[in-house]
Design a protein around this ligand. Sequence first.
Ligand code: G3P
Length: 219
Amino acid sequence: MKLFIDTANVEEIRTASEMGVIAGVTTNPSLIAKEGRDYATVLKEIAAIVDGPISGEVKATTTDAAGMIAEGEAIYALDPAHMVVKIPMTAEGLKAIKALSAKGIPTNCTLIFTANQALLAARAGATYVSPFLGRLDDISQPGIELVQNIHDIFLNYPDITTQIIAASVRNPIHVTDCALAGADIATVPYKVIEQMLHHPLTDAGIEKFKADYVKVFGE
Ligand code: G3P
């Protein structure tokens, strides 16, 4: 499973990229709004840091296919080598995905909450689908089952090449479960990457090695 980072904060992206563990970035209107900076500028900055797929979402106020297609072309034009156009799961969104896919523009269908939605997006030509497992957990529905079902369904049909980006990841257990479920990618907030890194026994072991070494050899 590949790891993407789910943020529009370029400092977090830079730090995670320097660890060598992320293969791409996902953003969304809420994450971009949180930074309070020009969308195109942020996306170009991110693409200059991470040499991988960068998901930029069409404006939350654009709901018609024609508008999403026009915006998608503009997002892709920012950096064709990296940009992926993120489009919400709607009928108009599927039309836009079909049109952009026909132009060779990669798309990420987002706000996926059922296997049927993922199947529709795949058949429309989506490059990626983003099931939001954390938001399902938040309402007592097991989000990992959605990821597993999408994986198992896609596996039945070799002509489906759409990749699963497990999103709305809330904690390190989600990451492990998504890997076990066979998600192609998990897009992870920086905080969760930090949590994945640490274990109290690792930290204690580092301190013990240092103490034993210093006892004999000094600093
Ligand atoms: O990429 C989608 C992700 O950012 C949504 O996460 O925490 O808002 O459910 P969350």
